[in-house]
Design a protein around this ligand. Structure first.
Ligand code: NAG
Length: 205
């Protein structure tokens, strides 16, 4: 066998492993990044996100809600590989099955209780009943959910991400609220078009 080919293959493997071990946002060559055509920050204001202040006094939302402090809401996070989300679950509500393509999620349950779970790449489900004060990690890229099964009490969690823009791929929306052809979905799920349309109707509604 050609030695060079083996060498190139080995090099490619090493590079791939280095990529995996450095999984996170790309490193930046400056202390921080300000948006284009913006002067350097005059003070700490640029590094402060006040968007969560309103949550302190706001009434509890009637449906499950996520409030994000990611790069979009908080530009100073660009290049820093971190972000937050505040998650509020009225009693009986779910954060539907979803993945974050660019980060693990470290969830801290500050109020109430939550049933959480994720499925690994061998389809094994890992679940836990979290109580107030618990911290749970959802590994990067894996499908997961949170459910407030408590019939009376709301739940509040704060999630940290190892990316300034973790991204969210909601499975119900990706599959049944996009424009993937009904036939493709029917064949994919080994069912009929009517069943697919029923699932779609629920999300369009
Ligand atoms: C389905 O998609 C529409 C259009 O993008 C959006 O307005 C709606 O909120 C989505 N439905 C759900 C349940 O998220």
């Amino acid at each position: 066998m050609n030695k060079n080919i083996l060498l190139i293959a080995a090099l490619a493997l090493v590079l791939a492993l280095v990529q995996i071990s450095m999984a996170g946002d790309p490193d930046i060559l400056t202390d921080f990044i300000v948006p284009l055509n913006t002067p350097p920050p005059a003070d700490g204001g640029f590094f402060t996100f006040t968007g969560f202040r309103a949550l302190v006094t706001a009434p509890f939302p009637p449906t499950f809600k996520v409030f994000k402090a990611g790069m979009e809401q908080f530009p100073a996070l660009n290049g820093q590989s971190v972000s937050y989300a505040v998650l509020m679950y009225p009693s009986g509500t779910v954060n539907p099955v979803h993945t974050h393509p660019r980060s693990a999620e470290l969830l801290f349950l500050v109020q109430g209780s939550l049933e959480v779970g994720f499925v690994d790449s061998t389809n094994k489900l890992y679940t836990q009943s979290l109580q107030q004060g618990d911290v749970f990690v959802f590994p990067k890229g894996l499908v997961h959910f949170q459910y407030n099964a408590d019939a009376k009490n709301p739940a509040v969690a704060i999630s940290a991400f190892g990316s300034a823009n973790a991204g969210t791929v909601s499975l119900p929306n990706t599959l049944f609220n996009s424009t993937i052809d009904d036939t493709v979905l029917a064949l994919s799920f080994k069912t009929d078009v009517a069943t697919i349309q029923k699932l779609k109707a629920g999300l369009h509604g």
